[in-house]
Design a protein around this ligand. Structure first.
Ligand code: GRF
Length: 193
């Protein structure tokens, strides 16, 4: 049985796209049953719709608190019978309660070699620090931001003359490879907390 996966996005959704493409393979152990966005015009929604994947928009700004928003998201995930949640450029902090209720079943992709450069503007900060090596990490989500156990990482070199865009696209190319691989490991039970 394929594991039922919901993807949470806020924007262009290129990682979501990589997961959807990977999940088309017959022998892939997961199927994407829902793409949920907290932003109504997130670019990724169109791709999901075109691929006949159920989509849902739950706008955080319509909720009085983080907890109430998270509850609404949780209700949607439960309604879709999601077993695994994959955050893919989902730009909302999740309440500890939400994170704990998906402990070991929620993963995220982050554009740095964690534990280095948690948070935003990772490429800019890596460049400013003069790093020679940068990359991306897929990890389990815990209550702490960008902090849970690492599942897979990909390293990329920082090259002379790199700017933020050049570095970001080199990293993104790797993100699209490791995220489907990491989801496979989690769905197969080969990566767990
Ligand atoms: C990616 O760099 C991802 O690592 C980070 O947010 C970005 C999302 O890009 N969490 P996309 O929406 O998947 O194209």
């Amino acid at each position: 049985m394929k594991k039922r996966v919901a993807i949470l996005i806020s924007g262009r959704g290129s990682n979501m796209r990589a997961l959807i493409e990977a999940a088309k393979a017959k022998d892939y152990p997961a199927e994407i049953v829902l793409v949920l966005s907290n932003v109504a015009d997130a670019g990724g929604l169109d791709f999901a719709r075109t691929h006949k994947i159920p989509t849902q928009v739950i706008e955080h700004k319509k909720f009085p608190s983080r907890e109430i928003f998270d509850n609404a998201v949780n209700t949607a995930l439960k309604a879709a019978n999601a077993e695994i949640v994959a955050l893919a450029g989902f730009m909302r902090l999740l309440s500890p309660r939400f994170a704990e209720s998906w402990h070991g079943r929620m993963i995220n992709i982050h554009p740095s070699l964690l534990p280095a450069y948690k948070g935003l503007h990772t490429h800019k900060r890596a460049l400013e620090a003069g790093e020679k090596l940068h990359g991306a990490t897929v990890h389990f989500v815990t209550a702490e931001l960008d902090d849970g156990p690492v599942i897979l990482q990909a390293k990329v070199p920082v090259l002379p003359g790199d700017n933020e865009d050049a570095l970001a696209s080199r990293v993104l190319e790797q993100e699209h490879k490791i995220y489907p691989e990491a989801l496979r490991l989690v769905a197969e039970g080969k990566a767990k907390i």
